[in-house]
Design a protein around this ligand. Sequence first.
Ligand code: 13P
Length: 254
Amino acid sequence: MRKPIIAGNWKLNKTITEATNLATQLVEGLGSISDREVIIAPTYTALRRVFDVIEDSPIQLSAQNCYPQTSGAFTGELSPEFLQDAGCQCIIIGHSERRQLMGETDLFINQKVYKTLQAGLKPILCIGETLHERENKQMFDVLSKQIKEGLADLTAEQMATLIIAYEPVWAIGTGKTASSDQAEEAHAFIRRLLKEMFNNEVAGQTRILYGGSVKPDNIDELMAQKDIDGALVGGASLNAEDFIRIVKFKKQIS
Ligand code: 13P
């Protein structure tokens, strides 16, 4: 059984005061929820203060990025070890905004995944095709390359805590969600690939989240899909009421 995960990526939003207010609302609204995991990823500057708010709650803290070195002459960067020191348990890696705006390559992303695991944190590896790639029928090739190169040289044991987020670039921040069938098709493909690359167990245990315009009104249908194990939420995670509703998605009785 894969425990569902709902993660909020706050991106470059919320000042320290706003972030601690939002975290306080989430702690109160979610109580001792235990049948699903909840992760929030504030900006670097808000991490420690948010940690102080959520420390005794089930909510886990994530960073939005890291640098694959422990310490040293790397001006402006933060390592998994330093993020752990700030209270993080997870790190989002290879988000499409970083791939597109900062030119991150699959090789660099692979180094970050490796270093994050080495530091004992959980990587949330993001992958996803652009509209152009989808329209040119390159979606499976793109996903396959991002997965194979992003997870290169990892062992089945190292895969135990890794989380994958499928975020089609055309659905991010556009209000255009992938249909549940489109999302399920991609997730099932990713799971088959994990089986090929590792084994049945890894394919069966790895949580694959969907991201891209997830909202309170589409989460239930997305979560009803066999291979969708959760969501990585952008815009709707900035509002406590919306995010709490998404976390409390309704389980379908099969
Ligand atoms: P939106 O939910 O705003 O589309 O963002 C998705 C995302 O990029 C989460 O990482």
